[in-house]
Write a protein that binds this ligand. Sequence first.
Ligand code: SF4
Length: 454
Amino acid sequence: METTLDSPPASAATEVTSPKKVEQTEVGNYFVSNYPPFSFWKPDQVHVVEDVLQRPAPADIPLGVYFHIPFCRKRCHFCYFKVYTDKNAGEIKAYIDAGMREMESLASQLYLKGRKAHFVYFGGGTPSYLSVPQLKDLTNRMKDLVPWDEAEEVAFEAEPGTLNETKLTGIREVGVTRLSLGVENFDDHILETNGRAHRSGEIGKAYNFARSLGFEHINIDLIAGMMNETEANWKVCVAKAIEMQPDAVTIYQMEVPYNTTMYRQMKEEGKVTAPVADWQTKRDWVSYAFDEFQKAGYTVTSAYTVVKDPKRIKFVYRDALWEGADLLSCGVASFGHLSGVHYQNQADVGPYMQAVDAGNLPIFRAYETTADDRFVREFILKLKLGRSEYGYYVAKFGEDPKQRFGPQLERLAQEGFATLDAEGVTLTRDGLLQVDRLLHDFFLPQHRQFERYT
Ligand code: SF4
């Protein structure tokens, strides 16, 4: 998820600018999913990934494996990923073969050789679009290259309409522990007008059967503010989600990036405001959901998540990545991270397959982080959890966020977005619900020149 930023530079990291609330939903990415922003990742840095691969394997960095499945049944109107809705079984097989050649080439390098996966993630696109034989072929080959027998989590994104008993049984059999169901909404009209492929009847069936198979962690995704969403319907969605009793719920606020069919439609009609709720309404809806889930015994564990049993349910993939784990990432457009170097693969399947066929790494752009980047990155990403303890950063980076970000933190407190104590910072509900907008104040000066929300 690329953060597209478009207004003038701030002059210094310690400068505190005045965040202005963006009320209407306009086009652009809103969420901060990585740091530094993707616009700083460059093709001329790809050689740094190749250099890392020649180094000896580290003893103390956990390794994750990501595989990207870019296929979907239908393109959602709010989707900005490169997805393919027209590929046949032969083309899918060719893609998996290419992905496995890529993984084989990476896994045989000194830096990765002999290492086991600490966590595994199948993202997309729609991983559950694969048939059971395709999934078994893929996972058997992956396990031969990077064994999963010590993996703490194997996460898998699924679209409810692609799931039946055979498919879910297959997903369980390959070792998936965390199933993430892209429910988004329970209303058929809203699902249809937003271009989703599934309908409400498929949600309950898939969920109930998945539950009977004993997945350790079933998450459902909801989106606050889809086109045609109303407060009354949102409340029904929250009630239905609570009734299902999932282990965790991830709630996104609808953003409308470029490259979406929704944006293309806006452009054709000469509109700057997307046909979805404004940001304050979306925050109110998420806040309502958080309250209802809390009443039902759930705990709010981040800006986007509620969890039924926080002692048992972990987000291993997310937490490991935020803490700088290695991620051996394969497949078109996928994002990886090795020894502090971010990389992204070719975003179109044509150039991706050509690079792999030619025996090259299909990496399109990369960024080698500095120690300072890593400190800022972890601090801002973890602020999304709602609480950060300064001592953790002093121990890990030798730098105290309280000193480094004093003015920014004070400002959060003054505006009612956070409370400060001697040990750390705690975001208020209001701060948590708009944390992505607030994080830009913590960016290093060289990464803030396109500041959008000031
Ligand atoms: S299912 Fe997900 S990846 Fe596929 S089109 Fe919809 S939003 Fe995009």
